[in-house]
Every structure is written in structure tokens, then in C-alpha cells.
Design a protein around this ligand. Structure first.
Ligand SMILES: NC(=O)c1ccc[n+]([C@@H]2O[C@H](COP(=O)([O-])OP(=O)(O)OC[C@H]3O[C@@H](n4cnc5c(N)ncnc54)[C@H](OP(=O)(O)O)[C@@H]3O)[C@@H](O)[C@H]2O)c1
Length: 496
């Protein structure tokens, strides 16, 4: 039974919602859907009230794809949203966090910020992942408690579930066994957010809870070739393949199956959870069990998204990883009955559109020598009418960090502070410290399968220039040519 509650902001009781990690993919998606609550609802072939729209008879808004009232996630009167990036303060540093809470006086927090990284970065920097994320999470929850924040929703991930488990995975199973050894630092830090949220609730009555998304993809994703999830990785490699006029290599057999959620769907569900979900137990935000797709199907959709005409080759020398990691969304269906997700094929096409359109300036992991090729490919597809209604996407999809963090760029606590627990000091402007990872050389040969690479939360190595240590080290390590297959494979039970 899902418990819900509603607290509506008024002039006398305004809400200030602080989004940590507001400059990341999910944070930007939240900003987007707040201002465009009906976006994604009326796409091609999705005539409202007709075919392609919501056909759930119990749904509130017959005809809307999402089967729910868009005002559930629209920006409301008397509500102020503040989106943070690392330039606003290093959240590992308690002093920075206190300063941010003092300045904005949030009544609500959506906590997204995390040190996230690829498989190999996780494997090599377990202590940093554990310590930095624990520090961020402790600082945020403590400050929220101390300043009387009414509600906190923190973001976990399905990759923190036990390695050895039964399927489908559900919300009750987070602590039922160790996570996979490859990311135990990250996973335990995330699991402790659940513990900490419950402890604050238990001792102080704080309304702190968590959401657990599956693999997220969408605009502003991390497309770095070395360190991305499967969809952005496939999109980037597909672009290079088409540009090079080659056949496309899928790493592994293509048989493993995964669930994906578009960042805009995650954003809608997260806002709705903040406003209406009540309970200590986390809630999994995922498409249904039936909506798992094989990596082969996903690769085919990616090929279609860029009008790829070549052949797919499957490199079966690459380890496949876990065959499936199915998560149940039964609780979500009860919470948001009739919610319809963006179909994967359409979401992938939108991501490919965003990737090519923004390659020169915003794509994490871009290669300078391919900028012109991306521009030409985008234009050729546009001229051929390939993008359809995507050409009309709201312009803020291409915006900078929403919410205007620039206004507190020179905040005194940031400038005066000597550095975070991770030695970060002033986070400064976002850095691109790493060498541009390349597909060439031994690391490609030894790479794991697309399925195996996809289950970790990723971030561009070196983002957040002031956050030193692990990020820089990860770039150096990931370029060192160490045999990836042997490093990643841990025999039976390997789950990522
Ligand atoms: N991506 C996925 O597939 C996925 C799946 C499941 C769960 N999740 C979870 O969803 C959340 C958001 O993920 P995302 O994909 O949006 O991540 P993202 O794009 O990599 O963004 C990470 C955000 O955290 C901020 N950040 C990191 N370290 C910080 C620090 N020390 N101080 C201040 N800010 C810091 C970053 O700021 P800068 O931009 O300034 O660096 C950025 O805004 C994370 O908690 C992640 O674990 C993601």
C-alpha cells in the first residue's frame, strides 16, 4: 500500500526546492519538465485522445501519454526551484553545504549529486567512491535535518542491489546481501542513504526517503566512450561508425536484457514523488518488467535513430555480464496508475538528435576532430525529414545549467573555504581535465560487452574541476591500456 500526501505551497507557506546535482542529466531533466510539463506528450503518432495516447481507462487524463495530470509535475505558484552544480559549492564539504542551506533556506530537497563513474573507475577508487559519496550524503541529510527541511528525496540506483538475488528485484531487497564487488564502495554509500533517511525519520520524524531508478538516458547524458552507459555509448559509437563507413560492432552477444528510463520520465516521477509519495521505503522508478529490451534490440534502435544502413557484428569474445537484472515497478504503478513511459525507440531517437545537434559544445566525451562530421550528419538527417517533430523541441533542452547557479558563484563561503573533505577547495569551473579517451589500442580490444558496461552510474572523468583525486586518477588509469576484460570479469556471479 503506497501512502501519499500533498502539501501545496501558498503565499504564506512558499516552497523552496533545492536540487543537488542540478547540472547533471537528471537535474536538467527536472528543470525541463517543470517548465514544459506537457512535453513528450504529443509526439508524432501520439494524437491526444487517440491512438498512441494513454489507453488506460482508469487514467486521469485520457489521451495524455503519461496517463496523469501534467500539473503533477508543472512548476507551481509560490514555489522556487534552485539547481546546484559543483561550482556552487563542494558538497563533500560541510561548511559549503551549510552555506548553501543558509543562503537558500530550502523547504524541500531533491538530492541527486553524487560522485559517479564507470566500471573501471569504480573498481580502482572504491575508497573515494565510498568516502566522497558518504560525505556528500551525510552533509546533505544533516543540513536538511538541522535547518528543518520538510522533505528530502534522495536518488539511489538499481545497481546497488545485492549481486546474488532473485528476480524481479523489489524495494525490500536492497540490504539482502553484498552488492557486486566491482562497485561496493559506491553501492554501500548509496545504501547508507536509505539507512540514514530511515534513522532521521525514526529519531526526529524527518520526511526523508529515496527513489531507485534503473538505467537512465536522455539529453545531457554522458557520452564519453570510455565511461558511459550503454545507450549514450552506443549512440556515440554509432555516430563514429557511420562517419567511418564501417559495420557496427556490438560488444558481446547482444542477448542480455535491461530496463531503461528516459531522464524526462525520471524527472516527472521524481517531482511527483517529492510532492506526493510518503513513506520510509524507497520506490523503484522503472518501466515494467515486460519492457526489458535486449542489447541487440537497443543497438538496432540506435542504428535506426541515425539512419544507419550498415551491418551489425556481434563480438562474442566480450563477456556478456549478467543476463538480466529485472526490477519490479509494482509499487510505482500503484503510486502513478496509468503512467506511460516514453517508448524506448522514440527516446533513443531524441537522444541521438540531442547528441548530434549539441556535439560541438555540450556533449560530454566529444572528439574535436568529429565536430564537423556531427554537424553535417545532423543537417543531412534534418534535410531528409528524419527527425520529424524533434526539430521542434523546446529550446531549453539545449540550455545551460538551469536555475542560475551563477548568481552564487562568488558566494563568500565558497571563496573563503579552504577545501572539502576530499581536498577540493573551491570547486571552480567545471573542468575537462582528462585526455580524450580513444577507441584505439588495447583498451578497446579488451573492453567488456555493452551489457556489462552499462549498469554503473557514469560521469565524465574530471568533471567538477575542484573535486580532485579520484576523477583525475580515473582518467589516467582508464587510459593505461590495462586489459579490460580480465579486470572486469570476475567469473560467475558478475553482475554489472
Ligand atoms: N545516469 C544513470 O544512469 C543513473 C542511474 C541510476 C541512478 N542514478 C543517480 O541519479 C543521480 C543523478 O545522476 P546523473 O546521471 O544526472 O549524474 P551526472 O549527470 O553525472 O551529474 C552529477 C551531478 O552531481 C554533481 N556533483 C558531483 N559531485 C559533486 C560535489 N562534490 N559537489 C557538488 N556537486 C557534485 C555534478 O556537478 P557538476 O556538473 O558541477 O560536476 C552534477 O550536477 C545520481 O545520484 C546517480 O547516482 C543515475
Amino acid at each position: 500500500m503506497v501512502t501519499t500526501s500533498t502539501s501545496v505551497p501558498t503565499a504564506a507557506n512558499p516552497h523552496v526546492i533545492l536540487v543537488t546535482g542540478g547540472s547533471g542529466m537528471v537535474g536538467r531533466a527536472i528543470a525541463h519538465v517543470l517548465d514544459h510539463p506537457e512535453s513528450d506528450l504529443l509526439k508524432e503518432g501520439n494524437d491526444p485522445g487517440n491512438s498512441g495516447g494513454n489507453k488506460n481507462p482508469g487514467a486521469k487524463n485520457q489521451g495524455f501519454r503519461h496517463g496523469a495530470d501534467p500539473s503533477l509535475w508543472a512548476r507551481r505558484p509560490h514555489e522556487k526551484w534552485v539547481f546546484l552544480s559543483s561550482r556552487d559549492g563542494d558538497l563533500r564539504n560541510a561548511e559549503h553545504v551549510r552555506g548553501i542551506f543558509e543562503k537558500h533556506k530550502p523547504t524541500h530537497v531533491i538530492h541527486l549529486a553524487a560522485m559517479v563513474g564507470g566500471l573501471f573507475r569504480n573498481m580502482r577508487c572504491q575508497a573515494d567512491f565510498y568516502n566522497d559519496n558518504s560525505a556528500i550524503n551525510d552533509n546533505i541529510l544533516r543540513a536538511a535535518h538541522q535547518t528543518g527541511v520538510k522533505k528530502v528525496i534522495s536518488c539511489l540506483s538499481t545497481c546497488i542491489f545485492p549481486d546474488k538475488t532473485t528476480y524481479p528485484i523489489d524495494e525490500t531487497m536492497i540490504h539482502n546481501g553484498p552488492p557486486h564487488s566491482s562497485n561496493f564502495g559506491y553501492a554501500y554509500a548509496k545504501r547508507m542513504v536509505d539507512v540514514s533517511s530511515r534513522a532521521y525519520r525514526d529519531q526526529y520524524g524527518c520526511d526523508f526517503t529515496t527513489v531507485i531508478p534503473t538505467n537512465v538516458y536522455g539529453p545531457h547524458d554522458n557520452f564519453d566512450l570510455e565511461d558511459s552507459h550503454v545507450i549514450p555509448g552506443l549512440i556515440h559509437r554509432m555516430f563514429l561508425t557511420i562517419d567511418d563507413k564501417r559495420d557496427f560492432d556490438v560488444w558481446g552477444t547482444g542477448a542480455p536484457r535491461r530496463q531503461f528510463i528516459h531522464s524526462h520520465d525520471l524527472a516527472r516521477l521524481t517531482i511527483s514523488s517529492l510532492r506526493h509519495y510518503q513513506g520510509a521505503e524507497p520506490i523503484i522508478l522503472s518501466v515494467s518488467e515486460e519492457d526489458e529490451f535486449s542489447i541487440k534490440e537497443v543497438a538496432t534502435m540506435v542504428g535506426k535513430s541515425m539512419a544507419f544502413k550498415g551491418k551489425f557484428k556481434f563480438d562474442t569474445t566480450k563477456a556478456d555480464g549478467q543476463f538480466k537484472k529485472t526490477a519490479a515497478n509494482t509499487k510505482l504503478q500503484e503510486f502513478m496508475p496509468g503512467y506511460k513511459f516514453i517508448p524506448l525507440e522514440e527516446g533513443i531517437r531524441e537522444s541521438a538528435h540531442w547528441f548530434l545537434k549539441n556535439y560541438a559544445t555540450k556533449v560530454r566525451g566529444r572528439k574535436q576532430d568529429r565536430v564537423e562530421a556531427a554537424r553535417k550528419m545532423f543537417q543531412a538527417l534534418e534535410a531528409a525529414g528524419h527527425w520529424g517533430t524533434l526539430g521542434d523541441l523546446p529550446s531549453d533542452l539545449n540550455s545551460k545549467c538551469p536555475g542560475g547557479p551563477d548568481e552564487i558563484r562568488d558566494a563568500p563561503w565558497v571563496a573563503a573555504s579552504s577545501g572539502g573533505s576530499g581536498g577540493g577547495g573551491h570547486p571552480g569551473k567545471r573542468g575537462r581535465s582528462g585526455p580524450d579517451a580513444s577507441l584505439s589500442g588495447g583498451s578497446k580490444q579488451a573492453r567488456d560487452s555493452d551489457a556489462a558496461m552499462q549498469d554503473m552510474d557514469m560521469d565524465e572523468a574530471g568533471r567538477g574541476a575542484g573535486r580532485t583525486g579520484a576523477a583525475t586518477a580515473a582518467v589516467e588509469h582508464s587510459a593505461d591500456g590495462r586489459p579490460r576484460r580480465s579486470a572486469a570479469s570476475s567469473g560467475p556471479g558478475r553482475s554489472y
